[in-house]
Design a protein around this ligand. Structure first.
Ligand code: NAD
Ligand code: IPM
Ligand code: MN
Length: 346
């Protein structure tokens, strides 16, 4: 496309700091070829404190009209008692993922050369986690009985539908077929019997359509062992919403840190815009000090371009990030990292 219409939601904490750098890079890499139209949306904890709004219906409808959404992070500091825990995360972020049907939460993990991994023998790490994005224990399908009494009962129900599992499993197989042809289902079917069975059956059924993809299964606990002892065994991991959340923070840690981990919330049916964001949160502990690494946000912008069919600028960003990472020494400000990458893609 020669015209790109992107919604930008910087959010809270380091969100605005890292998003500013991603926008710099986006502007530079698209240059004169593409008419880039950016619309900023003020949403997040500060916006809620000022207005009482998390994600009004009118804003949700406006967001639908863009080609894609570039998002930073939301969430108040844990000590901020003015904001109920997780309110913005649920009523803004999860509401967006659910409303825009972001059923594939794609989280690539690569160990770039020159990046120190905390692992003694990391090997070649290059895998993607295909995390289900609209179901599992994230549906708000829980409750409490006899609250505050010694007999209180609290439940969170994990919702798994045949439709929801099948579409994400098929997406993961397609990605595996285009990569090294290995798919690993990560679940916990020894304990989570019903959902586990649905996921296993679905993988077996869809596998028939992909004779060139081999697949295996790991319980999530054992998968975490291999993520540390032998991460190069993984190519595509497919898993549910909650396991995927946990797996991808560990995956980020073993590949050089959460500051490098990008993600895409994809509506693969393209019935609504997809959303691109770092895996990390608002990092209140370092916010406002130019300490955050904007690389995750910049790589998320590359995923955005690729999703919209702009392969060439996406690749240019990824190459520039690779080069920047290889040349790193000492601490640089958030803006300095963004400027360095911007200069390379210009
Ligand atoms: P976090 O990811 O914000 O931070 C975890 C640790 O990683 C912190 O020490 C932080 O300083 C560090 N870190 C994060 N991003 C970094 C970066 N770009 N460069 C360098 N260091 C970085 O997770 P948390 O502390 O558990 O959560 C903080 C808030 O963010 C909470 O309110 C949480 O709910 C929210 N959250 C939001 C999102 C999101 O918006 N997608 C994701 C995760 C957490
Ligand atoms: C993430 C975050 C979110 C999630 C939270 C903030 C709702 O941790 O994007 O990884 O659990 O999906
Ligand atoms: Mn997370």
């Amino acid at each position: 496309p020669s015209h790109l219409d992107i919604a930008v939601i910087p959010g809270d904490g380091i969100g605005p700091e890292v998003t500013r750098e991603a926008v710099k890079v986006l502007r530079a890499v698209t240059g004169a070829d593409v008419e880039l139209h950016l619309t900023d949306y003020e949403l997040g904890a500060d916006h809620w404190l000022a207005t009482g709004e998390t994600l009004p219906d009118t804003t949700l409808e406006q967001l639908r009209s863009h080609d894609a959404i570039l998002f930073g992070a939301v969430g108040a500091a844990p000590g901020d008692t003015r904001v109920p825990s997780g309110l913005i995360e649920r009523e803004f972020l999860l509401k967006l993922r659910f409303s825009l049907d972001h059923f594939v939460n794609l989280r690539p993990s690569r160990l770039y050369s020159g990046v120190p991994s905390p692992l003694a023998a990391p090997g070649d790490i290059d895998f993607v986690v295909v995390r289900e994005g609209t179901e599992g224990p994230y549906t708000g399908n829980g409750g409490t009985l006899r609250g505050g009494t010694p007999h209180e009962v609290a439940t969170e129900v994990s919702l798994n539908t045949a439709h929801g599992v099948e579409r994400v499993v098929r997406d993961a197989f397609m990605r595996a077929a285009a990569r090294r042809g290995r798919l690993t289902l990560v679940h916990k079917h020894n304990v989570l019997v019903y959902a586990g069975h649905l996921w296993r059956r679905t993988v077996e059924a869809v596998a028939v359509e992909f004779p060139d993809v081999t697949h295996d299964y790991l319980h999530v606990d054992a998968a975490m062992i291999f993520l540390v002892t032998d991460p190069s065994r993984f190519d595509v991991i497919v898993t549910d919403n909650l396991f995927g959340d946990i797996v991808t923070d560990l995956a980020a840690a073993v590949t050089g840190g959460i500051g490098l981990a990008a993600s895409a919330n994809l509506n693969m049916d393209r019935t609504a815009p997809s959303m691109f964001e770092p895996v990390h949160g608002s990092a209140p502990d370092i916010a406002g000090q130019q300490l955050a690494d904007p690389t995750a946000s910049i790589l998320s912008a590359a995923l955005l371009l690729r999703h919209l069919g702009l392969q060439d600028p996406a690749t240019r960003i990824e190459r520039a990030v690779e080069e920047d990472i290889a040349a790193r020494s000492g601490r640089r400000s958030t803006a300095a990292v963004g400027d360095a990458i911007t200069a390379m893609v210009s």
